[in-house]
Design a protein around this ligand. Sequence first.
Ligand SMILES: Nc1ncnc2c1ncn2[C@@H]1O[C@H](COP(=O)(O)OP(=O)(O)O)[C@@H](O)[C@H]1O
Ligand SMILES: [Mg+2]
Length: 383
Amino acid sequence: MTKKQGDNVEVSLRPPSLRDYIGQEKSKKALEVFLKAGIQRGGSIEHLLFYGPPGMGKTTLAHIVARELSSDLKITSGPAIEKAGDLAAILTNLNDNDVLFIDEIHRLPRSVEEALYPVMEDFALDIVLGKGPAARTVRLNVPRIIIIGATTRMALLSAPFRDRFGLVLNLDFYTVDEMAQIIQRSAEILKLPLLPQAAVEIAKRSRKTPRIANRMLKRLRDVQEIHDYASIDVAALERLFDLLDIDSEGLQNIDKKYLHLLITKFNGGPAGLSTIAVSLSEDKQTIEEFVEPYLLQSGFIKKTTKGRVATKKAYDHMGLAHHYAASADASPQQEKNWYNTGYFDCSGGEIGIHAVLRRLCSNAWRFKSSPEHIQIYANLWQY
Ligand SMILES: Nc1ncnc2c1ncn2[C@@H]1O[C@H](COP(=O)(O)OP(=O)(O)O)[C@@H](O)[C@H]1O
Ligand SMILES: [Mg+2]
């Protein structure tokens, strides 16, 4: 398939209206009210900011907003605007009511961010003419545009910048049920005879991320072209999952490498992001933006002040539970991590000396009796 055809499929899979946009109910509702009020006031709405992991539907939502407002959409991104002059060039090509979508807005250079403030507030751009003592600032009027920012890294946006958006919406991971609906919808567009149970199975393995589900469906279409199934059931999907090397929890090679490393090399953690990235020969940003969000959300890792820690679920899923036995030489800090990640489960409100004793007896091999260890147990059990 050529790139162009692939892009067209991408476009056609995008839900064209809020009605077709599945899930994210809270954000959708807020946006609906916001747009309705804006349209009633004559079409002018405040600037919008969408944040959430990659592939959640931020760009899609920007297209929908532009369509609802009958506005033209111009797309750019943070790294593409290197200086205030680039911003001026973009703005002069826009008209009143156009929507300017700035993807990866956290990557805008500081100087451009500051140049954007008067654009957002007063529809004016301050341009510095000349250099040194002779320099002066002139203020240009710019069209009354609506800026939609999107970011995967909300924390990197400065507070004054965030405050200039009238509505900030968080797009979060989808439920399996919502994913299954998205998958059914995309399958219909791609003319794949997908059975409902098979849609659920793809939903479970697509990291609660529509973009990943859609990508899997496109690969499934390749498989379908060869095998021409009358209907695609769970058994038929196995071929696809094998092909893509995706396991029952939707983990891919890189995720499994990450967990394996954290458990075997770093004793379950805590390990810092940079250390993990170097050991995996990946850059920090890839790990932080593409790998960790899903591992965190699915409860395979936890973030602590000291670094990343593998949870019991990770040990179990990776078949590395025997690594716990190594706790004979665990440091107090390591034991604390195991507690924090639920390995020593104290559910059911059984907090207190009885629970401690009971667990001490049944799990004697995991406990140590140094005064330091005992103090930690006591603290952790709030006794
Ligand atoms: N709520 C949704 N309902 C249906 N499809 C969706 C939804 N959100 C995203 N998608 C699909 O997922 C793909 C990725 O979405 P996109 O908007 O590009 O994500 P982002 O900009 O957040 O990285 C799109 O092609 C779109 O078809
Ligand atoms: Mg996007």
